[in-house]
Design a protein around this ligand. Structure first.
Ligand code: SF4
Length: 82
């Protein structure tokens, strides 16, 4: 069974402007709107897990931007949990 993308209607970004999720420069301001949608999205846990598993390099996925995902992967590796 395909876990990603989430079933239609369960992901709040479907009608959002892609530029909000893939800004040219990743800053707190440029990603704030996308992250605010992700916080309310019922697919957030699965979305973040899948983005980490796929090593998504760009964009906001599951509420984290690429820098935050890289940081989380480093911390997870350092903790020896993967
Ligand atoms: S968590 Fe964010 S990126 Fe993932 S499906 Fe929901 S709104 Fe889209």
């Amino acid at each position: 069974m395909e876990l990603f993308p989430p079933p239609a209607g369960r992901h709040l970004c479907v009608q959002a402007d892609p530029d909000d999720f893939f800004p040219e420069r990743v800053t707190a301001a440029s990603t704030a709107y996308a992250k605010a949608l992700c916080v309310r999205c019922p697919s957030q846990p699965e979305c973040l897990q899948q983005a980490l598993a796929r090593r998504e390099e760009y964009g906001v996925w599951g509420g984290l931007d690429e820098k935050e995902r890289r940081s989380l992967r480093r911390k997870t590796r350092a903790a020896g949990t993967t």
